[in-house]
Design a protein around this ligand. Structure first.
Ligand code: PMP
Length: 316
């Protein structure tokens, strides 16, 4: 799907997966005008395919596009394009319990631009890939390290939208952490250097005495759709959930820590290394709270439980 700046996206078409041509002075290549989304399609026991809250991804892309001076497809165009792409790739949706089809919508400035300015043309495309678990640990606990020097977002910056540049900012810290054997990096705010932000590709939750806390959305962390869904599921199950400033020291006496994201779903954290000290949680697997939320969310996403929230969208 293509469009000129401020314009309306044309009706898209399906194409075989392959390279795309770009002008060397395309906005995305020179000034990082790019946004992406990530969502999943699950196959149910009866063969039908379910999407999870695709209109939330469409809305988040719309908000991000506004921040990045880009036009965006309408929510309807976005959802229809996702449906058409998944239907055309139906055979790649794994059987129930064997993974999912990851869907990657991408909005990029393809028009040529030399001085720093928004590009004159944009392309919206979607590609898909079957996936299993995000971390090599599967749903076993992951090990994080708190990063003290490198940050992924600054107040007033673009950390709150899903722009490609945010991921460039995490590559170095993540590579160093992985080389040392950690699963990923937990970032702190860059002003006080003491409040939790998020992990490279997921949000973070801390559980203490059955109260679930997660950093509030304030422009420097991504408003995760899984985060929002887990908060709603937890509240519907009677948990107290607080969205607030979470101080890094709270990790020291937390009962459980877990991450949420489309790719990671709900992943328990086994340990966090903070100022050279390793704090361990449920070594053997999920804590009781994260297990309960993982089960509730995945059963909903896979169509194994009644969808009272009306979050899933069937394709057949
Ligand atoms: N934070 C970051 C930086 C992410 O890349 C993601 C993945 N989109 C998330 C949080 C979780 O968001 P969601 O639950 O919408 O996948």
């Amino acid at each position: 799907m293509k469009c000129a700046r401020g314009g309306i996206f044309s009706k898209g078409e399906l194409q075989r997966f392959g390279n795309i041509e770009l002008n060397p002075s395309a906005g995305v290549l020179n000034y990082g005008q790019g946004l992406f989304e990530g969502l999943k399609a699950y196959r149910k026991e009866d063969g039908n395919i379910l999407l999870f809250r695709p209109e939330e991804n469409a809305l988040r892309m719309k908000i991000g596009a506004e921040r990045m001076c880009m036009p965006s497809p309408t929510v309807e165009q976005f959802v229809e394009a996702v449906k058409a792409t998944v239907l055309a790739n139906k055979r790649w949706v794994p059987p129930p319990g064997k993974g999912s089809l990851y869907i990657r919508p991408l909005l990029i400035g393809t028009g040529a631009v030399l001085g720093v300015a928004p590009a004159p043309e944009y392309t919206f495309l979607i590609y898909v890939s079957p996936v299993g678990n995000y971390f090599k640990e599967g749903v076993a606990p992951i090990n994080l390290i708190v990063e003290h020097e490198l940050h992924r977002a600054t107040p007033g910056g673009t950390g709150g939208v899903k722009t490609i540049g945010n991921y460039a900012a995490v590559l170095k810290a993540q590579s160093i952490a992985k080389a040392k054997g950690y699963s990923d990096v937990l970032y702190l705010d860059c002003v006080h250097k003491k409040y939790l932000e998020e992990v490279s590709s997921c949000n973070i939750f801390v559980v203490k005495d059955n109260v679930i806390s997660t950093p509030a959305i304030k422009g420097t962390i991504l408003p995760g759709i899984t985060r929002k869904s887990v908060i709603d599921v937890a509240r519907s199950q009677g948990f107290q959930v607080e969205e607030r400033l979470v101080v890094v020291d709270e990790l020291l006496d937390a009962d459980e820590v877990f991450c949420t994201g489309t790719a990671v779903v709900v992943s328990p954290v086994g340990s966090i290394t903070y100022k050279g000290k390793r704090v361990s949680y449920e070594e053997g697997g999920f804590g009781a709270v994260s297990q309960q939320l993982y089960t509730a969310l995945t059963r909903l996403q896979m169509g194994l439980t009644e969808d009272k929230m009306n979050w899933t969208v069937g394709l057949n």
